[in-house]
Design a protein around this ligand. Sequence first.
Ligand code: PHE
Length: 331
Amino acid sequence: MANAEKLDNSKLVYEMRKSFLDNKTGKISALMKEMKNIPAEDRADYGKSVNELKQWALEHFEELDKKMKEKELQLRYQAEKQDVTMPAKMRYEGNLHPVTQMRETLIDIFAGMGFEIYEGTEIENDYYNFTALNTPKDHPARDMQDTFYLSPEFLLRTQTSSGQIHVMENSKPPIKILSPGKVFRSDDDATHSPMFSQMEGLVVDKDITLCDLKGALELFVQKIYGEGTTTRLRPSYFPFTEPSVEVDCSCFACKGKGCNLCKGTGWIEVLGAGMVNKKVLENCGIDSDEYSGFAFGIGIERTAMLKYGINNIKLLFESDLDVLKQIDHYE
Ligand code: PHE
């Protein structure tokens, strides 16, 4: 057994064992076969010695085999050791586009206030996009929205406000809808794109006032731009609301002190809104003495641009992954 130290794996142990203990070819069975050449009087002693040797070898190899297997198991454990505290490999996952995320966030906010979704159509006729919204032909307010006409009657809607008319024609108050969708205007610069998305809100019920509008919008700006954000209403003009307001929120970047984002004013313009013009209610067969309502129109890209600090609307449409990855759209 002089070589036992060299046995460093269980296969070698097995082979060595075989070379000693194999019934046919083993060294010990060769010793047994020598028996016939041993003088008769010595045979008993010889046989006993060989048997003792065999017994010793059996035990020795068994022990060696056990040790070797244990050692190999430990080596395997060592090699296959897993560090469960290691940080996982980073995997890039697809994300929803920031505009889609903003759209869904807005829907969640207003759904939480009980608004239902009405999705209108992108092709509208002149009546729903303009006339019913108190903007008849030749009305100067039509110039506010440069329109893509498909024919003298049909056009690509310039505003989701057209949805207001469809909803009011088809349902009775109380009405509380949110109408997200694409709108189109022949307008193209750093902050305007010929196609963009709006989210219209319309509430019609008894005793709806401007305070209800302000309350709903205050909740909206707080959810989007952070607690403590407030709103202010400035007089404005839309043909389909009276009074009309431009809604500003206090600058969430400088908390109203004045910075680049708010151009030093402490306020940021976020959307247009107002009380539904009585003429519009009447156009849809709703008694304007009994009911009143408010409406607002949020630009979804504009809200995303403000929130993520993007100054060129094109960045939202070019789908450049390097740009999109920089937009931190996770809260
Ligand atoms: N439709 C208006 C626009 O696109 C926004 C608006 C909606 C204003 C509802 C008042 C009420 O500019």
